[in-house]
Design a protein around this ligand. Structure first.
Ligand code: SF4
Ligand code: SF4
Length: 329
């Protein structure tokens, strides 16, 4: 079949042309050996062999700590500036694209979050294909989320098969048109197909809070929260307020929170909805694989494998899910 193709040797030129449309950020291997999304310096190629970055791209949409409202006597309440630079995220794998799709549903729903909406509108998403490793589960449990993006580059020997996913993608393709070759070839299996599947049938049973697995798993869990920090869909935050000493100014800010932390479910008076680690562990499981609130029955696990790769206790929920629900997450 005839496809649009960009040769690997033209990737640097392709990135230079894309830079005219915004700053390019991509996966880069640091001196500590970890791969992180960051600004791509001119003349440097992204690491397209890494299976996953340390943090997912949610860091571009939800900052770890940020002010969401200012107050100043005389001028009242003000939202932070909505000026956001245009960014091109290059090298997003299908699971991270599905993760952004999930965050869109949370933050662009009935009442869009203004900070998220401004940043999301300034982002161009360019996906690349990958191959699952031992930590990934995208291929074991297809997700109802979609892995949509503006442009997608399917890696194949010697280059990339290019496809558009939006009108923005069509514009971008025109930007790099001098590099596009028409080739007759059959692209390899597209791992985006693991996403956008029909919802699985409801599990056979409700998850029994008395199951011994919760206790066993929670006893091994250190409560460090690493699995949540690195998850592309974990987006709980805490809201705090602080006032100036003169009493005429104040700010409200939010910071990433973590359902594995004891403080997460604490409310006024010291009461807690998730008193012990077993409850917190079970809560996380249910949220990842069962959804809640408006997104009930929409699993938020996109199978990126980060939680399994970073867990210092080596915890893996797949065997438990297999046994409870008859399928692997
Ligand atoms: S639960 Fe684990 S595998 Fe699933 S999306 Fe989050 S970090 Fe990735
Ligand atoms: S990374 Fe592992 S040890 Fe840390 S909170 Fe998550 S499950 Fe527990």
């Amino acid at each position: 079949m005839a496809v649009d193709f960009i040769a690997e040797r033209d990737l640097q030129r392709c990135l230079n042309l894309l830079r005219r449309q915004g700053e390019v950020h991509a996966p880069l291997r640091d001196t500590d050996g970890m791969v992180r999304f960051g600004p791509l310096p001119t003349g440097v190629l992204p690491d397209l062999t890494a299976v996953r970055t340390l943090l997912p791209p949610k860091k571009y949409l939800l900052h770890p700590r940020e002010t969401i409202l200012f107050y100043q006597a005389g001028s009242g309440y003000q939202l932070p500036s909505g000026d956001v630079p245009r960014l091109i995220l290059f090298g997003l794998h299908p699971c991270d694209l599905a993760g952004i799709n999930y965050l869109d549903q949370v933050f662009l729903g009935n009442e869009p979050d203004p900070l998220y909406a401004a940043r999301r509108a300034a982002l161009t998403l360019i996906g690349t294909s990958c191959a699952p490793d031992q930590f990934c589960s995208c291929h074991l449990r297809p997700s109802p989320l979609t892995a949509s993006c503006d442009l997608f580059l399917q890696q194949i020997g010697g280059g990339f098969v290019v496809s558009c996913g939006s009108s923005r993608g069509v514009e971008l393709l025109e930007t790099v048109t001098e590099l596009i070759q028409e080739r007759e070839l059959t692209p390899p299996a597209d791992t985006r197909s693991f996403f956008g599947q029909q919802l699985p049938p409801p599990p056979r049973s409700e998850l029994d809070p008395a199951l011994p697995d919760w206790q066993n798993l929670a006893e091994q869990c250190l409560g460090c929260g690493a699995c949540s920090i690195c998850c592309p869909t974990c987006c709980c935050f805490d809201v705090l307020e602080s006032g100036g000493l003169d009493g005429s100014s104040a700010e409200r800010w939010r910071r990433w929170d973590n359902c594995l932390f004891k403080s997460h479910a604490q409310v006024a008076g010291g009461a807690s909805f998730q008193k012990d680690r077993t409850q917190r562990f079970r809560y996380r499981y249910r949220h990842k694989y069962r959804g809640f609130g408006q997104l009930k029955r929409l699993p938020s696990c996109v199978g990126c494998g980060r939680c399994r790769a970073v867990c210092p206790a080596g915890l893996d929920l797949r065997p438990l899910a297999e046994r409870l629900e008859g399928c692997a997450p």
